[in-house]
Design a protein. Structure first.
Length: 343
C-alpha cells in the first residue's frame, strides 16, 4: 500500500536542506499528498501534492529506508541544484525534508503545471507543435551536452512538456562532468533518446538535430549522424535484454509473488479482483466465456471481466518424459509472458 492510500491529513516534515525558492524560513513544513505518480516498491515513491503554508504545487519524492537511500536522495537533490546552477530547464528544487523518526527522506521540487511526457506531447500535438517540440528537444540536449550533462538511462519520462517549454526530469539519474561530453557520450545519449521515441517523433527529432544541434560544429554533427543508426541498433538489443529480465521481477510495472500453490507474475496496474480470482482459482476463469483454441500444448479461452475482454492461455500438462527433458528450462508460460512484453 502506498502512502497516498494510507495517510490521512497533511504530513509533518522537518527541513534539513533548502533553497531560496522555498519561500519559507521555518524548520518544519506540512505537505499534503494528492496523487501517487510512481511507486518503486521498498525504495522510492513519487507524489503530487502541495505545501500547506502557501499552497504551492509540488512533486515530492519519498526515499524509503534501504541500503542506498542516502545515495539516492543525495543524487536527486544535488542533481536538481546543479541543473538550476547550469540554467538548464528543469523543475525548481525546494527542499530536502525527513519524517519524524528520520527513517524516510523527501526531496521536494516545484511541480510543472500541465506537463505531459514527450511521447504524449508528440501524439497529441499538431504538425507545428511537434516541430517546435522536436526543435526544443534538440536544443536542450545540445545545451546539456555542452554543460557535460547526460541521462544514465534515457526514456520518455525523463522529459516533460508544458505546451511551451521542455524540461529535464529525474535529476537523480543524470551524470555531470566538468567538460562538454565526448563524441562517444554524445552519440550514446542521442541514440538513447531516439530509441525511446515513437517512430514519428524520432524522425522529427533527427530532423531537428540537423538544424538545432551543434550548430557551430558541422563536422562533428555529421559524424554523429553517420554513426547514429548503428548505435541505435546496438542499444535496442541491449535494452531488449534488460527489459526481458525486468519482466521477471518485482518493479514499478510488475509484481512477482510466490506461494505454496503457485509462482506468479502480474501487471501492477491490473484489476486487483481479477488477479485475486486468477491466483485463487484459474480454472474457474476457463469455464467462462468461449473456447478459442483446444490443443495438446495449450488451451485458450476468451472471457469478459467488468466489461473488458481478456484471453486466458493455459499450458497443458505434458508427459513426464517431456517435463524431465525441460526440467532446467523456463516454463512455456514464463517464456510467453516475457516475450509478449518485449514484443
Amino acid at each position: 500500500m502506498s502512502l497516498f492510500e494510507s495517510v490521512v491529513g497533511p504530513i509533518a516534515l522537518r527541513v534539513i536542506e533548502s533553497t531560496d525558492q522555498l519561500n519559507a524560513s521555518a524548520a518544519e513544513l506540512q505537505l499534503e499528498v494528492r496523487e501517487a505518480l510512481r511507486i518503486l516498491p521498498d525504495r522510492r515513491e513519487v507524489y503530487a501534492g502541495q505545501l500547506c503554508s502557501n499552497q504551492q504545487a509540488v512533486v515530492a519524492k519519498r526515499f524509503l529506508s534501504h541500503p542506498k537511500q542516502a545515495r539516492d536522495w543525495r543524487r536527486e537533490w544535488d542533481g536538481l541544484v546543479k541543473l538550476e546552477a547550469l540554467q538548464l530547464s528543469a523543475p525548481t528544487p525546494l527542499c530536502v525534508a525527513e519524517e519524524a523518526d528520520g527513517s524516510v527522506v523527501w526531496v521536494i521540487m516545484a511541480r510543472i503545471e500541465g506537463a505531459v511526457s514527450v511521447q504524449d506531447a508528440f501524439l497529441e500535438g499538431d504538425s507545428d507543435e511537434r516541430t517546435e517540440l522536436a526543435q526544443q528537444l534538440a536544443k536542450l540536449v545540445d545545451a546539456a551536452h555542452r554543460a557535460g550533462v547526460r541521462q544514465r538511462d534515457q526514456h520518455v519520462d525523463n522529459w516533460a512538456w508544458d505546451g511551451a517549454r521542455l524540461y529535464l526530469l529525474d535529476a537523480g539519474s543524470m551524470e555531470f562532468s566538468k567538460h562538454a561530453l565526448s563524441e562517444r557520450a554524445r552519440l550514446q545519449d542521442l541514440a538513447g533518446i531516439c530509441v525511446t521515441l515513437a517512430p514519428e517523433a524520432e524522425r522529427a527529432f533527427r530532423s531537428a538535430i540537423r538544424s538545432k544541434y551543434l550548430v557551430d560544429d558541422q563536422a562533428l554533427k555529421e559524424r554523429l549522424l553517420d554513426e547514429l543508426d548503428e548505435a541505435i541498433v546496438a542499444l535496442q538489443a541491449e535494452r531488449t535484454q534488460r527489459y526481458f529480465k525486468k519482466t521477471r521481477r518485482t518493479c514499478t510495472e510488475f509484481v512477482e509473488t510466490e506461494a505454496e500453490t503457485h509462482y506468479a507474475l502480474y501487471l501492477r496496474s491490473a484489476a486487483p479482483e481479477l488477479i485475486e480470482a486468477f491466483l485463487s482459482d484459474p480454472e474457474s476463469l476457463m469455464l467462462q466465456g468461449r473456447r478459442l483454441k483446444s490443443g495438446n500444448t495449450c488451451t485458450v479461452q476468451g472471457f469478459a471481466h467488468t466489461g473488458k475482454a481478456y484471453v486466458l492461455k493455459r499450458y497443458n500438462k505434458k508427459p513426464l518424459t517431456n517435463r524431465l527433458r525441460h526440467l532446467f528450462s523456463d516454463s512455456r508460460a514464463l517464456t510467453s509472458w516475457s516475450s509478449a512484453w518485449v514484443l
